[in-house]
Design a protein around this ligand. Sequence first.
Ligand SMILES: Cc1ncc(COP(=O)(O)O)c(C=O)c1O
Length: 449
Amino acid sequence: MSMQGPRTGDWFARARRSLVNGVSSGFRYLGDEDTIVIDRGEGAYVYDMDGKRYIDYQCAWGPIILGHADPVVTEAVVAAARDGTTFAMTQRREVEAAEAVLAAVKWADRIRFTNTGTEATMHALRLARGWAGRDLVLKFEGHYHGTHDYVLFTTAGAPPAHLGSRLRPIPFQNSSGIPEGIRSYVRTLPFNDTTAVLDYFADYGHQTAAVIIEPAAGNAFGILPEPGFLETVRRLCTETETVLIFDEVKTGFRFALGGAVETFGVVPDIATYAKALGNGFPVAAVALSEEMVDGWRLGGIAQAGTYGGNGISTAAARATLGQLQATDAYARIEKVGLALMEGLARVLVEFGVESQVIGHPSMFSIYLGEGRPTEYRDIAGHDARLYSAVIAGMIHRGVMPCIDAREPWFISAAHTMEDVAQTLEVFSDALVSALELAGSLPSHLDEAD
Ligand SMILES: Cc1ncc(COP(=O)(O)O)c(C=O)c1O
């Protein structure tokens, strides 16, 4: 059954006549009959072209932290638009927003703004290479850092069976069109595998320019770092003068005002921020420790961007950070997120489904399999068919997490306990339908029905 109502279907057919596959980002295409066209968003809800309301747990894949169309952010953006948005010079709103970012993250000395996470990680890696005078980059399996050439290796989508030995993984290239030579500069390792990291650093530590890591795997079930793992990576980077880059594009301003650095207490040399920084407006930042600042200050390592620090983006960033600071947003997100995680786990136990609800209350996933996943390779044990059947059932019933469990559920400050109650009811109904269809509804529940 199609996910689209009649008007939404017509709109998507229209979209396909102008946009390739009807989308502006490849990940958004879910098929000709299942890609939804959105009319508008407000708070915790989005509305499709048929006027159908969904409780939105995709939150644009992370950016929406206050809720869609937050009035304070909207006002700030409207005011910025009236003043002209882009100049060939530094502007007032850019300075104010930079100060707000530094005050929020606390550990960094200076930042520069970009517009997307991809731009931020691309600049961070070049800065790290230029600073270290080395070429190798280490990243982790299932971690996503955007769409530029150096980081499209072993992201979610790589087949776990083809990743080779844990100690000498084979980087899986996730796209055609990446020059063959790039592969020789990229190494990959399983997340949370301290033995593999120690082994790697013994052999390659002094040749490695940078380690880039999502402190919590925001593109692979929201898996959290095991105790001590980030600390080990930090220590090895320090010992070998390797630049440690935290990709906080998903965790930044979401886990806490100070992001994953505040949550886990480990400080990188560079961090990249985006998503929740602008509550949906395109703004990103590369934050630098004092030691890294000279990399750009002295010149010679290219960084530029016509729209970096533009008035709209930086007005949105400052207003978003202001709201996060001035309200009880994080307390509400935690309360709602924890209630939802616990409720989902309870329903799964009730229906006898082997599973774990894992991650952070603001960004978590449901793993349908045995044991607790700690890294991307564990995806092999996840029942993706059952999961997508359940989520499809939820979307039909007006609740919208991502259809793929690798992409977490996101909670905004606009979600309420009423949304949680409705979501759990819908989840329970959709789970029963999916289990019935798969012939695996526990027999006592079958009879009770
Ligand atoms: C951790 C992480 N880094 C980088 C990116 C790329 O950001 P963008 O899509 O804004 O280019 C993403 C996007 O999802 C991400 O999750």
